[in-house]
Design a protein around this ligand. Sequence first.
Ligand SMILES: [Zn+2]
Length: 285
Amino acid sequence: MHSGAPVNLRILPATAGRGIVFRRVDLDDFEIEAVGRNLARVSYATSLQKKGVLISTTEHLLSAFIGMGLDNAIVELDNLELPILDGSAQPFVDLLLEAGLKQQRKKRSYLRILRAIEVREGNKSIAVYPASGYTVAYNIQFATPIGEQSFEIDLSRDLYRKEVSPARTFGFLREEKAMRNLGLIRGASEANVIVLTEEGVKNGPLRFTDEFVRHKTLDLIGDLALLGKQIIGRIVADRAGHAMHTALVSKLLRDRTLWEETTEIGSAPERPESREIHAAVPREA
Ligand SMILES: [Zn+2]
């Protein structure tokens, strides 16, 4: 999408407890774990960095992994950016289904949210609350033709594949030149981005009338995968983006009183106290 570089990707099984690990086969099999401590610069996509080695645009694949319940895998790449494919997570989901998933003997470890936390910048915010399952609610407000859209999904109900994974990334044609001048979207085309003009969708039809907010939900699920565990909690995002998603990841990882690790899914204790944190996060489109 951004580098325009050709890339080969291969997903391999990993032992229980290994988590998701990216491996750069072009750099002596250098490995980067998909966890918050390896978070790199985040603007139009989410990137990981370790010892100067970069893996970029990780969010769609990690979203597919969470959505399909895949906890452990090695992801081999021979370049720095994951393939964009059709701009959604559906091709990754199809590959996973084709290969098949295997249940491992070790119990899954969840990250259960114990207390509310919010990251806010102006009218943008993202918050997480204790809950009994994993639900995500997203609200977006963009220029026409998108306008305001809201979407909510209960990920414990196996809805990801049909309701979220097919939603594609999108961009405004009027921003294309500026982004290309920044060295971005070198691999973008009408085959992998929903292109928007003032008149509407240039390369329709849409897969959902609210495909835009569904894609933001897809991105959020992928970015929160950097917590390294499946979440038990409720996420509410309003006009957020990659920078705010990953700011929430960093905040959660820094404060161990906000969550607990558990292998049991049960109802979370009600904790009325909430903490609001005003954080400066980089602006993004
Ligand atoms: Zn995306």
